[in-house]
Write a protein that binds this ligand. Structure first.
Ligand SMILES: O[C@H]1[C@H](O)[C@@H](O)[C@H](O)[C@@H](O)[C@H]1O
Ligand SMILES: [Fe+2]
Ligand SMILES: [Fe+2]
Length: 304
């Protein structure tokens, strides 16, 4: 049964900035109210709606789909696998994200740290006992620091946006699929079939995803020996893989562990997407809690 509850309060001083949602609302099992419209007055993830962000987002995907090839991803994985650029803590990285704006996102133009805290706090309200999931919310987009000079200053198309496998056919459900016609892999018989270089049930761990903030942050967490559960690492790595978690494409590449982890990713996604709003979180107030989680699941300094 679905029961409507009041819009959750995201911050103590949030009263005057509270987003007013008076349309019919969807309430998730955990109690979270899913708003019908984003801050720009459109439904979420509407890539065709005319808005101030539409053209920029479409241009973004055009470039992204041209350049994300099998060879490019291989090169990036090798390069960033060295983790020899920066040494810093998770919280320091959260603060760096204040500088970052994501050009691929039709629903958000706030600084990224707001998005991290909005996601984490919304999860915390509904799943108070899953502290690993709160922390996963906080860190899932930290890989966007790849846009900054000390991390190589990668272009937006190599950092943000939805992700998809390379080395096999690009599925129709990927946003602005038409632009793959300009990608050389689209014409390479080794890479343009359903399975491409992979085999059925091989497991997503063996699949190369388009390069961006997801795979990079997964790498950082794993190589620095984070003790987050496998579902947390899976969420970080595949949260932008909408073709899988929203459209059900590429399931033929999953193994049993992926099937289990996908359930958590689907829960997480609702908070990642629908908590995006203009309502600010009081950073200083929640900081001690998140510092304690960081201490529990990560070393004090990490290699990036
Ligand atoms: O525009 C967004 C944004 O870049 C998110 O961080 C990413 O996870 C989404 O998949 C993408 O569509
Ligand atoms: Fe993301
Ligand atoms: Fe996100």
């Amino acid at each position: 049964m679905t029961i409507l509850i009041e819009q959750p309060e995201f911050g103590v001083e949030a009263e005057e900035t509270k987003v007013h949602v008076d349309e019919k609302e969807l309430v998730l099992d955990g109690g979270f109210v899913v708003p019908q419209i984003n801050s720009f007055g459109h439904t979420f993830r509407d890539y065709d709606a005319e808005s101030e962000r539409q053209q920029g987002v479409e241009n973004f995907y055009h470039t992204n789909h041209i350049h994300q090839t099998y060879d490019f991803v291989k090169k990036m994985r090798e390069q960033y696998g060295k983790l020899d650029r920066v040494e810093m803590s998770i919280w320091e990285c959260c603060e760096l994200l204040n500088e970052v704006v994501d050009e691929s996102d039709p629903d958000l133009d706030e600084p990224q740290i707001e998005h991290l805290l909005q996601t984490a706090e919304a999860i915390r309200r509904d799943y108070p006992d899953e502290d690993w999931l709160h922390l996963t919310g906080l860190i899932h987009d930290l890989g966007k620091v790849l846009l900054l000079p000390s991390f190589g200053e990668l272009p937006q198309w190599a950092v943000v946006g939805d992700t998809f496998p390379v080395g096999c056919a690009y599925d129709e459900s990927v946003v602005h699929h038409k632009y793959f016609k300009e990608n050389p892999d689209h014409y390479n018989p080794a890479y343009n079939t359903k399975y491409g270089v992979y085999s059925g049930g091989c497991g997503l761990n063996n699949v190369m995803m388009s390069w961006g903030h997801d795979d990079y942050m997964y790498l950082v967490a794993k190589e620095n020996k984070s003790t987050l559960p496998s579902a947390g690492l899976f969420i970080i790595r595949y949260h932008s893989f909408y073709a899988l978690h929203r459209s059900g494409a590429y399931k033929h590449l999953m193994n049993e562990e992926d099937v289990e982890n996908l359930k958590w990713l689907q829960i997480f996604n609702k908070y990642d997407l629908y908590s995006k709003s203009k309502v600010r979180i009081d950073v200083e107030k929640v900081k001690p809690y998140y510092l304690s989680l960081i201490e529990k699941y990560f070393p004090a300094k990490l290699k990036w």
